[in-house]
Design a protein around this ligand. Structure first.
Ligand code: ATP
Length: 328
C-alpha cells in the first residue's frame, strides 16, 4: 500500500529528559528512510500554536545522540490547554501540510496530544520521555536510566564525605508523585532508608532504623527522599526531626535538583530512544496512531494514549524488600 503520510511534525514537551535528542534523531532519520519529510516544531505546543516549524533532514540531527536536553527546546504551554489555543495549533499544522504529529514527553504531553487528536481528527503518536518513569505501558521511559545514574553517582560522592565525618545525609531526589528514582538509586547507592510517595513508612520507623544502624556500628548513613515523600515533611524538616530525636547524629541535607535532568544519556536511553523513534514513525505509517510506543519485556509495543494517561505505574515491592534487607 502506498504511504499516504508525506510530512510528520515532531516536538518535545514538558520537562526535559536525557535521551530526548536521541529520540528526535531517531524520528527524523526514520522519516527520511521512509521518504517522509520530518518537520521539527520548536518549544513544544507553544511552537505548534505559533507555527515555529522547520523542515529537517538526516544531517540536521548529526552529533546529538550523546547530548542532554533537547535541540527542539521544550515548554509547558498554558495556551494549548484551551480549545482556542489548540485550534490555532491545528491551523498551523494544516498550513504546513503536516499529516501526523509525534509528541515526545510525559503524561501531560500525551493528555494534550490526545485531546488535540480527538478534537481535530488528527493522527498523534506519543514517545515517553521523562526522568520519572511514571508512564503506564512502558517498563522504561527515556531519561530514567540516565537520571538514575546521575543520582547514583551523586550519592556515591556524598557517601565519601558522609563517612569521613560520620554524618547522616538526607538526599532529596526528583519524584513528586513517583518514587522510582528514589527507590532505584537508594538501592544502588546503598541507602539506609528510602522515603517515597507511594509508601508511608512513618517517621518512627525512620528513627528506629537509624538507631539500629547506629547500634550495629554504622558510622554514616544516607537517606534518599523523593520530593513527594508520604511523610509530608520537607527534607529540611526531616533533618530537624531526626536531630531532635537522635542527638548523636550530625545531619546534613543535599537537594540534587535540576542536575538530575541534565547530562549525557546512558547507552540504555540512547538505544531505547532509537528503537522507540523508529517504531513511532512506522506506527504512524501503518495508521496505528492514537498510541504511545513503549517497551515491555524488551519488546517495542503500543499502548493506547488513553490507557497510558490513566494507568498508574506501580512501585516495585520486591525492590523495597531488597532495600530493607540490605540496610540491616
Ligand atoms: P514531565 O513528566 O516531565 O513533567 P509532562 O509531559 O507530563 O512531562 P506537563 O507540563 O504536565 O509535562 O505537560 C506538558 C504540556 O502538555 C503542558 O504544558 C500543556 O501544554 C500540555 N498539556 C498538559 N495537560 C493538558 C491538558 N489537560 N490539555 C491540554 N494540554 C495539556
Amino acid at each position: 500500500m502506498k504511504n499516504q503520510i508525506k510530512k510528520i511534525a515532531l516536538l518535545t514537551s514538558g520537562g526535559d529528559a536525557p535521551g530526548m535528542n536521541a529520540s528526535i534523531r531517531s524520528v527524523v532519520r526514520a522519516c527520511v528512510f521512509h521518504n517522509i519529510i520530518p518537520v521539527g516544531v520548536y518549544k513544544g505546543y507553544d511552537g505548534l500554536i505559533e507555527g515555529r516549524f522547520e523542515e529537517m533532514n538526516a544531517r540536521s540531527v548529526k552529533g546529538i545522540i550523546n547530548k542532554g536536553g533537547t535541540i527542539l527546546k521544550t515548554a509547558r504551554s498554558e495556551k494549548f490547554k484551551s480549545k482556542a489555543g489548540r485550534y490555532e495549533a491545528y491551523k498551523s499544522i494544516k498550513e504546513n501540510k503536516i499529516d501526523g504529529l509525534i509528541v515526545i514527553g510525559g503524561d501531560g504531553t500525551f493528555t494534550g496530544g490526545l485531546i488535540f487528536s480527538e478534537e481535530n481528527k488528527f493522527p498523534v503518536i506519543g514517545i515517553p520521555a521523562t526522568i520519572d518513569n511514571d508512564i503506564f505501558g512502558t517498563s522504561h521511559t527515556i531519561g530514567f536510566d540516565s537520571a538514575t545514574n546521575t543520582v547514583m553517582n551523586a550519592i556515591d560522592k556524598i557517601r565519601d564525605t558522609a563517612s569521613s565525618h560520620n554524618r547522616l545525609f538526607f538526599v532529596e531526589v526528583m519524584g513528586r508523585d513517583a518514587g522510582h528514582i528514589a527507590l532505584n538509586t537508594g538501592v544502588a547507592g546503598g541507602a539506609e532508608e528510602i522515603l517515597i510517595p507511594e509508601e508511608n513508612l512513618g517517621l518512627d520507623r525512620l528513627i528506629q532504623s537509624l538507631k539500629r544502624s547506629e547500634k550495629t556500628g554504622k558510622s554514616s548513613s544516607i537517606v534518599v527522599v523523593a520530593e513527594g515523600d508520604k511523610t509530608g515533611e520537607n527534607v529540611f524538616h526531616l533533618k530537624e526531626y531526626v536531630e531532635k530525636h537522635l542527638s548523636n547524629y550530625d545531619a546534613r541535607v543535599a537537594v540534587l535538583g535540576h542536575m538530575q535532568r541534565g547530562g549525557t544519556p546512558t547507552c540504555f536511553d540512547r538505544v531505547l530512544a532509537s528503537r522507540l523513534g523508529v517504531y513511532a514513525v512506522e506506527s504512524m505509517i501503518s495508521k496505528k496512531d492514537g498510541n504511545m510506543v513503549g517497551l515491555q519485556n524488551n519488546k517495542v509495543v503500543l499502548t493506547p494514549l488513553k490507557k497510558a494517561i490513566k494507568g498508574v505505574t506501580k512501585i516495585n515491592k520486591e525492590l523495597l524488600k531488597v532495600s530493607d534487607i540490605m540496610s540491616i
